[in-house]
Design a protein around this ligand. Structure first.
Ligand SMILES: Nc1nc2c(ncn2[C@@H]2O[C@H](COP(=O)(O)OP(=O)(O)O)[C@@H](O)[C@H]2O)c(=O)[nH]1
Ligand SMILES: [Mg+2]
Length: 290
């Protein structure tokens, strides 16, 4: 519990109260990634719609009723693709993430499995800023129809963050989610939250080369974390898996190299080449066995 002046408003408005309140969990992610569906699953649809302080942009706030191990306030936010806002509404949401009385204790990033690398961009920016994070991957049912699945363990290793794949239209996996949130919250509760000054420095340091290299790295993360459903596919994935590093692809050490405009691109191309060679050699060996 902490004391905050976060709006506790009921329908119709924000009322600032100095009260002891449970931790705040913010759901963020691109539009149509499943945030509101997950919000409804977590809160049982008991919520109020309130305005961001000083703005007409709305967000929704409710109490978690279906997270058995983590009692919190849950905040649904408008769609966001990057910490560098592209509309006035996005700017209000981004600004709120850095307002002291408003800052979430844990950020739950919601990403669509079918657009993983694109949706991981916001995740990575939030991670670079130092927010305590849990990643929920939605829409895996649609990915499976295309013959692929999400390897949660692998994705979690690559991102160095808890990852839960779930369909928010069902109530499965909420206990796993709840435990992950509680662990992340406990580990981070006494830590510093990212400040507006840090954010401004981060935003001004972003340049096109850095962004392009980050997208290449995230494409590689997606490639390594999505697995084929078929047995034959699994053998090929296992072959390519032998080439993989066992540490986080986005860990501090790897980041400097992988995000370097020249070395990052060369490493990306070399690893793609090695993976495809392994797949073809494996295929040839299988042909010879048959
Ligand atoms: N097939 C499928 N549909 C989903 C899943 N999660 C959410 N949806 C649907 O995706 C649509 C967009 O979800 P919504 O929660 O409004 O997304 P938001 O814009 O991020 O708040 C809705 O029709 C949901 O029912 C999922 O895991 N699988
Ligand atoms: Mg929504």
């Amino acid at each position: 519990m902490k004391t905050s002046s976060f709006p506790q408003g009921g329908p119709g408005g924000a009322v600032a109260l100095e009260v002891s309140s449970p931790p705040l969990l913010a759901l963020v992610g691109s539009a149509n990634s499943g945030k509101t569906t997950l919000f409804n699953a977590l809160t049982g649809s008991h919520y109020s719609t309130v305005n961001y302080p000083g703005a007409t942009v709305e967000y929704t706030l409710g109490a978690s009723r279906h997270l058995p191990d983590f009692s919190c306030r849950v905040m649904d936010t408008p769609g966001l693709t990057s910490l560098v806002p592209s509309s006035p509404d996005e700017k209000v949401t981004v600004d709120a993430l850095f307002k002291e009385a408003f800052q979430p204790d844990v950020v739950l990033v919601v990403a669509d499995a079918n657009q993983l690398s694109r949706h991981l961009y916001l995740f990575r920016q939030l991670q670079q800023m130092g927010f305590p994070l849990v990643l929920v991957v939605t829409m895996e049912d649609l990915l499976r129809r295309k013959g692929q699945r999400v390897d949660e363990t692998r994705l979690s290793e690559l991102l160095d963050c808890p990852v839960i794949s779930l369909d928010p239209r069902k109530s499965d996996h909420l206990r796993d989610l709840s435990r992950a949130l509680q662990n992340v919250y406990s580990a981070a509760r006494d830590g510093e939250r990212p400040s507006k000054v840090q954010y401004e420095r981060f935003a001004s340091d972003l340049d096109e080369a850095h962004i392009a290299t980050l997208f290449q790295t995230l494409d590689q993360v997606e490639h390594l974390a999505l697995r084929p459903l078929s047995t034959e596919g699994s053998q090929k994935a296992a072959a390519s898996g032998r080439l993989r590093s066992s540490t986080s692809l986005l860990s501090a050490g790897a980041d400097g190299i992988l995000l370097h405009p020249i070395w990052g691109l060369l490493i990306f191309l070399a690893s793609m080449c090695a993976i495809f060679t392994a797949i073809f050699l494996d295929g040839d060996a299988a042909d010879e066995r048959n």
